[in-house]
Design a protein around this ligand. Structure first.
Ligand code: AMP
Ligand code: MG
Length: 325
C-alpha cells in the first residue's frame, strides 16, 4: 500500500488511482474511508472484498460538492434544504430516494441512497480532481474498530488496497450521523456528532428508534469491536469491580481514574466531542496493550453522550457476560 502525503502531486495520484478503479483510503472529518469511484461497479465490488463486508450492507456516497446531489438523489424533499444549508459540508449523511444512476452494488439494490459531503479539505481536493463521487465505508475490516489514523488503516488493510492518503488523526473520530429523509418523517438511523438536539430546530424529527426497531442494514449490534474480549460497565459498578482479580489483567478505559490500578489504563476525555475523537485510537491501543480483556467504564446515560454510548454498546458486552462460563 502506497502512503500518499498532502502534496498536490500525491493528491493527483490518489485521484488517478481512483479513476483507474483502485481502492484508496482517505481521511474524512469522521473516520478514514475506503474509497472507490462510485460510478465503477467493479471498483465498488473491490471494497466489499477488501473489508470482507457482506454485499447487503449499503455504502455511503461522498459527493464532490452540492452540484452532484441531484444526479444521485431522485428527489430532495423540501425539509432537506435547511439541514443541508446548516450542516453540509460536515459529518452528516442523508438517506434520500436513489436516482437511476446509483449502481445497485452501492446501495445494495435499495430504492434509497446515503449521501454525504465531507468537510475534510484533503478529501475535497481529491474529489475536486476526480469530479465524481466515491463510495466509501470506513476503512477497516468488517466488524473491526474504525480507523482514525493512517496507521490504523495500514495495520488492517496492508496488501489489500492501493494507497492511503495520510491526513493525520480525524477530528470527529466516530462515524457520521445518518439522517433518513426518505420516509414520511425524518429519523436518525445512526447517532453521531450532529445530534438530534442540533437537528431539531430544522426538522420535525421522529423519536429515536428504539433498540428493538428494525435496524439499517449494516447497523449490527456487534460492530466496531476490538479483537480482545470487550466488556462494559456503568460508572457506579467500578468500585466493586476494581476488587475483582481480573482487574489486573484488564485494559481499562474510563473518564475517572479508578482507585485500584488495572493492567493498563487510558483516561478518556470528559466531554462527548473529546471522547469521540479519542475513542477508536484508545480501543486500538487497548487491543495492543497485552492485557486479557478490555473493560470500558461507560460515560453517563445522557443525550449528549448518545453517539459515544451507541458505539460503546456495540463494541462491548455487559461485564456480567464475562462471568458466564
Ligand atoms: P459505514 O460507511 O461502514 O459507516 O456504513 C455505512 C452505514 O450507512 C451503514 O450503517 C449502512 O447501513 C448505512 N446506509 C448506507 N446506505 C443506506 C441506505 N440507503 N439506507 C439506510 N442506511 C444506509
Ligand atoms: Mg463501518
Amino acid at each position: 500500500m502506497k502512503s500518499l502525503s498532502t502534496t498536490p502531486e500525491d493528491l493527483d495520484q490518489a485521484a488517478a488511482l481512483l479513476r483507474a478503479g483502485q481502492l484508496v483510503a482517505v481521511p474524512t472529518e469522521t473516520v478514514y474511508g475506503l474509497a472507490a469511484d462510485a460510478t465503477q461497479p467493479d471498483a465498488v465490488a473491490a471494497i466489499f472484498r477488501a473489508k470482507n463486508r457482506p454485499a447487503d450492507h449499503p455504502l455511503i456516497v461522498h459527493l464532490p460538492g452540492l452540484g452532484h446531489l441531484t444526479q444521485w438523489a431522485a428527489r430532495i424533499p423540501d425539509c432537506a434544504w435547511p439541514v443541508i444549508e446548516r450542516f453540509w459540508p460536515g459529518p452528516l449523511t442523508l438517506v434520500l430516494p436513489a436516482s437511476d444512476k446509483v449502481p445497485g452494488i452501492v446501495n445494495a439494490g435499495q430504492d434509497t441512497v446515503a449521501v454525504r459531503w465531507s468537510s475534510h479539505p484533503l478529501l475535497q481536493q481529491v474529489l475536486d480532481r476526480l469530479q465524481r463521487p466515491v463510495a466509501a465505508p470506513s476503512a477497516n475490516p468488517f466488524c473491526r474498530i474504525s480507523p482514525t489514523t493512517a496507521d490504523h488503516v495500514r495495520h488492517h488493510l496492508a496488501g489489500r488496497i492501493a494507497a492511503v492518503v495520510d491526513g493525520g488523526p480525524c477530528a470527529v473520530g466516530i462515524e457520521s450521523t445518518i439522517l433518513d429523509l426518505s420516509g414520511e418523517r425524518p429519523a436518525i438511523l445512526r447517532p453521531g456528532a450532529i445530534t438530534a438536539e442540533m437537528l431539531a430546530p430544522y426538522l420535525d424529527l421522529a423519536q429515536a428508534a428504539s433498540p428493538d426497531a428494525p435496524r439499517v442494514p449494516g447497523n449490527l449490534a456487534s460492530h466496531y469491536a476490538p479483537c480482545l474480549p470487550c466488556y462494559r460497565l456503568e460508572a457506579q459498578e467500578t468500585i466493586d469491580r476494581a476488587r475483582d482479580e481480573r482487574w489486573q489483567d484488564a485494559a481499562v478505559l474510563a473518564i475517572e481514574p479508578p482507585a485500584a490500578a488495572p493492567g493498563w489504563f487510558k483516561r478518556m476525555p470528559p466531554t462527548p466531542d473529546g471522547y469521540a475523537r479519542e475513542l477508536y485510537a484508545s480501543l486500538h491501543a487497548a487491543d495492543a496493550s497485552g492485557c486479557q480483556a478490555v473493560w470500558i467504564v461507560l460515560p453517563p446515560d445522557e443525550p449528549a453522550w448518545r453517539a459515544v454510548r451507541d458505539r460503546l454498546l456495540r463494541a462491548a458486552q455487559p461485564l456480567s457476560a464475562a462471568s458466564q462460563g
